[in-house]
Design a protein around this ligand. Structure first.
Ligand code: SAM
Ligand code: SF4
Length: 535
């Protein structure tokens, strides 16, 4: 979500004539896009602001380090601005502007205001600074359908200036937001407070955006929403003066349509089908993040019948204990999660499923944790994102429950769950050996090592170690000293499994952003090892 916000802000500012520099040094405006989901992420921002604040002060005192623009504008955007705005302004008077994720359309105006403020005296500056804050909490502008009717934020998505040269994976992969905000209020989570109420974008706006991206060369689109399967748009409920449909607050959560709204609404399943059918040059369509409740068979059926929709689901479970799930306000039981996974696999036998877990939620006992391990054993996810519970100010959990699981216990459970997931991931990967897969090539790196055993650091930021399946020990020994330089590529299958393979292609860079056919010849907990099939 934050990546997409950064891209939209960049495009908006570039269209207004701003130029981007590779380092903060030398910039006239320095912006931090922030996340509040866990405390650790916020700590990093506080520390960066401390450093930048000092640089800014030095600039104002005329003692700026060489290369630094004196009196540059320092801004904080995103969830942390929304959540910590007033405190941040007090703690770091050097911060000139603050803009919440629901107000990003106002950013150019705020930057302009902050630039002008630099020329003012201190009293005028204090007044002007107040005008450099746009936080949702200040005006609740997205609190109703009518408010959404004047929603300029939609314009930020609509006026997206996609830059294939800057985009990842040779400009052939892009995110498209379908829903903003969240109405779930899981007790541990800041998102409903920082990103506001759930707002669904009109389907036509989403399809048009997908088509524009496809015209710009994109072949892989990831649809984004906090509970993406809750997408639901009732036509005619919010229409602007120009007759165009506007984003819509809330929506039906169960994916079922009533008789009244049957012809007049677009469900998530309808939206997926329309994008798949109406933008055929999109070779891969995926979506994150799915909520385990209210995921209708209609969506699974569309996935099954649409070959270009990826066989991938990211469905956080969070815990395997019903008691903890209730305390988290997740609204489903362990059995319901299991039922959903079973249903998904019945429709899509090849589907790869990833999840999220939180360990050390208040009152979590060894027994609760054992139930989480048991759930993971049963559902055999391909990978999980595992987090230690982080109490977040403003959430129900921090107000109602004591953070009573000691940090060393959280750490121990975190490591134990990671180890379990590692074993399961290795088993899941092994099942793919010998099969053929389509790989969307994302990255290229050059490796060195012996011809049968290599190490690479570059792809996906992890150290990859692999051994070719079936390599005899003696052969390995005899080749051990033969150092080779090799081009290594990495990418993902439709089910989001990482595949690493070497290339003898004359122009390996040209493969990035393309889909190639590969045979899986080996595996490890994090990756599959492939060989390109030349046809
Ligand atoms: N909307 C998605 C869902 O509920 O499935 C998840 C979005 S959240 C930004 C990403 C993940 O961060 C969550 O699935 C959860 O595991 C984790 N998370 C959120 N708040 C947390 C907290 N206070 N402490 C630890 N992990 C947290
Ligand atoms: Fe946070 Fe829950 Fe909403 Fe996900 S569904 S964003 S965890 S409140």
């Amino acid at each position: 979500m934050n990546e997409l916000d950064s891209e939209l802000v960049r495009g908006h500012l570039a269209a207004l004539g701003y130029r981007f520099v590779p380092h903060a040094e030398g910039a006239d405006v320095v912006l931090y896009n922030t996340c509040s989901v866990r405390e650790q992420a916020e700590q990093k921002v506080w520390s960066r602001l401390g450093i930048m604040g000092k640089r800014k002060q030095a600039g104002a005192a005329g003692t700026a380090e060489s290369g630094w623009s004196s009196g540059f504008v320092l801004g904080v955007i995103g969830c942390m601005a929304e959540r910590e705005g007033p405190t941040m302004m007090r703690r770091f008077p050097q911060v000139d502007l603050m803009c919440g994720p629901g107000e990003l359309d106002k950013l150019p105006m705020l930057i302009d205001n902050a630039c002008r403020t630099r020329a003012l005296d201190s009293l005028e500056r204090a007044e002007a600074r107040a005008a450099s804050i746009a936080l949702q909490g200040n005006n609740h502008r997205r609190s109703s359908t009518l408010a959404a009717a004047s929603d300029n934020l939609e314009m930020l998505d609509l006026s997206r200036a996609f830059d294939p040269d800057r985009a990842e994976h040779a400009g052939r992969s892009a995110y498209v937001r379908i829903t903003r905000g969240c109405n779930k209020f899981c007790t541990y989570c800041v998102v409903p407070f920082t990103r506001g109420a759930e707002v669904h974008r009109p389907p036509q706006a989403i399809i048009d955006e997908c088509r524009r991206l496809a015209d710009a060369g994109v072949i892989e689109i990831t649809l984004l929403g906090q509970t993406v399967n809750h997408y639901h748009y009732v036509h005619g409920a919010a229409v602007g003066a120009d007759g165009m449909e506007l984003p819509q607050v809330g929506g039906r959560a169960n994916g079922q349509r009533s008789a009244v709204s049957a012809q007049r609404s677009t469900s998530f399943a309808d939206l997926l089908r329309r994008i798949h059918d109406e933008v055929p040059t999109i070779e891969r369509l995926r979506f994150v993040t799915s909520y385990p409740r209210d995921f209708g068979d209609d969506v699974l059926a569309v996935m099954r019948d649409s070959p270009r929709i990826c066989r991938y689901l990211h469905v956080p479970a969070q815990s395997g204990s019903n008691r903890i799930l209730r305390m988290m306000n997740r609204g489903y039981s362990v059995q319901e999660y299991l039922d959903f996974i079973e249903r998904a696999r019945a429709f899509l036998p090849d589907v790869c499923i990833a999840g999220d877990f939180i360990v050390g939620f208040p009152t979590e006992t060894d027994d609760d944790f054992a139930q989480t391990c048991e759930l993971l054993e049963r559902v055999r996810l391909k990978n999980s994102f595992i987090f230690k519970y982080s109490p977040r100010p403003g959430t129900t959990a921090i107000e109602r429950f004591e953070d009573d699981v000691p940090d060393d216990v959280k750490r121990r459970r975190n490591n134990a769950l990671l180890a379990l997931q590692g074993r399961i991931s290795a088993e899941v990967h092994r099942e793919w050996e010998g099969r053929e897969v389509d790989v969307f090539v994302e990255r290229i790196s050059r490796t060195s090592g012996s011809s049968d055993r290599r190490t690479s650091r570059a792809p996906h930021g992890v150290e990859l170690r692999w051994e070719r399946k079936g390599t005899a020990r003696s052969m390995r020994a005899s080749h051990a000293s033969a150092e080779v330089q090799e081009v290594q590529l990495s990418g993902r299958t439709s089910g989001d499994l990482i595949v690493v393979f070497s290339s003898t292609d004359q122009n390996p860079e040209g493969l990035v952003g393309r889909i190639v056919r590969a045979r899986v010849v080996g595996s490890a907990p994090l990756i599959l090892r492939g060989e390109v099939i030349h046809k």
